[in-house]
Design a binder for this molecule. Structure first.
Ligand code: SF4
Ligand code: SF4
Length: 261
């Protein structure tokens, strides 16, 4: 039925609220929402995409994303780059999404949205999403589970803490070196791995051998370390500890500098 759903209204949804929705090949709008749309990508989206596609994070960023945050924003925001010619998502085909198993968080959520506080809302799409007329009924809690969103939540919430932080959201940063480091730690996970294991990072921070082993083997653990590093560096959170000997050497250097003045 190509008519706007009469039941769908814009409102906040609680986990126990229900709605009708089903997206499948049979709906007349199938894949139309994968065109000319801003799909925001989280670092975890990018990580899953690049691993699925078997390419580096740098290549994935260059090929499939666009940076939409302002020049001075310290936390970058990336969207999926639509094709220049037909404005379609590069992953959409007649059969649907070619990266369905690793589709971004925003694609899984549709037609629901989540704000920085973690509240859920219906999106204003009744006039174009005819899946809202289907008989399948979901409780919101069931829908989130069905879309695989619960399993992603832990990592996504950690990133939301950064994008939702007022200090980071409103601050304007001119220092390109800081912005580059934050970009690397959020989206360019392969470069961040090279940085962690190829610089003095591990000799400066007190990171347990167990955690080091985990970050060697598991990209998600590496991403969590990256978020901790940003929280430590930009927000002063004590989520990482600088080694005692590094603090002592630093204190000594300052004292010697003062003596020499
Ligand atoms: S990633 Fe998949 S679901 Fe998301 S817009 Fe592209 S084709 Fe559609
Ligand atoms: S508009 Fe709705 S029903 Fe149609 S393809 Fe997109 S999500 Fe599915």
């Amino acid at each position: 039925m190509n008519e706007p759903s009469k039941d769908w209204e814009q409102k906040k949804l609680m986990l126990e609220d229900s709605f009708r929705f089903s997206c499948h090949h049979g709906v007349s709008c199938f894949t139309t929402c994968c065109r000319d749309i801003n799909i925001f990508l989280t670092p975890y989206d990018l990580l899953r995409m690049k691993n699925h596609l078997g390419i580096s994070s740098g290549e994935c960023i260059d090929k499939y994303t666009e940076v939409v945050s302002g020049d001075k924003h310290v936390i970058p925001l990336l969207v999926l780059k639509m094709n220049e010619t037909d404005k379609k998502c590069p992953f959409v085909g007649d059969e649907g999404c070619a990266i369905y198993d690793v589709r971004p968080w925003a694609c899984r959520m549709f037609p629901i949205d989540m704000d920085q506080e973690g509240d859920f809302f219906t999106m204003d799409v009744a006039d174009r999403c005819f899946g809202l007329n289907e008989d399948r009924q979901y409780y919101l809690s069931e829908y989130l589970e069905d879309q695989g969103l619960i399993n992603l939540r832990d990592v996504e919430d950690s990133f939301n803490e950064l994008t939702g932080n007022e200090r980071l959201r409103d601050v304007e940063v001119d220092n390109d070196a800081i912005k580059k480091m934050v970009f690397m730690a959020t989206y360019n996970i392969d470069e961040f791995r090279r940085f962690v294991f190829g610089s003095s990072f591990l000799s400066k921070f007190d990171i347990s051998p167990t955690r080091v082993e985990k970050i060697k083997r598991n990209d998600v653990e590496l991403l969590k370390l990256a978020f901790d590093w940003i929280k430590f560096g930009l927000l002063g959170r004590i989520v990482l500890k600088v080694k005692d000997e590094v603090v002592e050497a630093h204190t000594k250097n300052i004292a010697e500098g003062e003596d020499g003045q």
